[in-house]
Design a protein around this ligand. Sequence first.
Ligand SMILES: Cc1cc2nc3c(=O)[nH]c(=O)nc-3n(C[C@H](O)[C@H](O)[C@H](O)COP(=O)(O)O)c2cc1C
Length: 202
Amino acid sequence: MFGAFMALLSMTSCNNGNSNENVTSTSSFDEVLTSRRSVRNYDASKKITEAEVRDLIKAAQEAPSWANQQPTKYYVAISEEKLAAVQDMVGGNKERIKNAPVLIVSTFERGKSGFFQGNQTNEVGDGWGAYDNGLSNCYLILKARAMGFDTLIMGMREADKLRELFTIPENETIMAVIALGYRAEEPNRPERKNLDEIVKFF
Ligand SMILES: Cc1cc2nc3c(=O)[nH]c(=O)nc-3n(C[C@H](O)[C@H](O)[C@H](O)COP(=O)(O)O)c2cc1C
């Protein structure tokens, strides 16, 4: 009975034959949350397929967005040539992500979220597009962890160069570049504030 259970568990895991994964599709949501960390050292021997990246983007599509505007777009560097180019466009992050097998540029289309019939609906304006982009990226990085991958969101990046490299339209704001791969070492957990510093109940 136990053997059958273990066999089922291994069939449902997303381990892709790699050994350092500690999260499976049977992991609890809390385990995904707590084991996700910003990873700044990737295992060069482990690759990620286009199909796996598609699964991540599909998960990101499940995120909520303003009036379902879905303003987020992704540009994925997975070829050697494009990876090398993007590595040179993330400033001081270059060393941290040099072995990541995938680099994902995320953008959002302006004038969609937060707008109705072309007019801004409140003071936040295109901030809602950035908000939606963050939600999509959050789904993406958590799905990545659930699949046994690791990520680094990078706000330090050269938007103009990325725009040219991927021919990103001018009506899209370039937000983060997300490195995707497998951790080569266990990352530390940066301390969080005390709960009472960030919440007030009334
Ligand atoms: C919008 C955003 C931009 C970030 N930019 C960078 C970056 O350019 N380089 C970097 O090493 N980490 C970057 N980080 C990662 C943060 O430093 C990290 O999330 C934070 O220290 C908490 O650590 P944790 O992700 O391991 O919980 C960024 C995170 C976010 C959400």
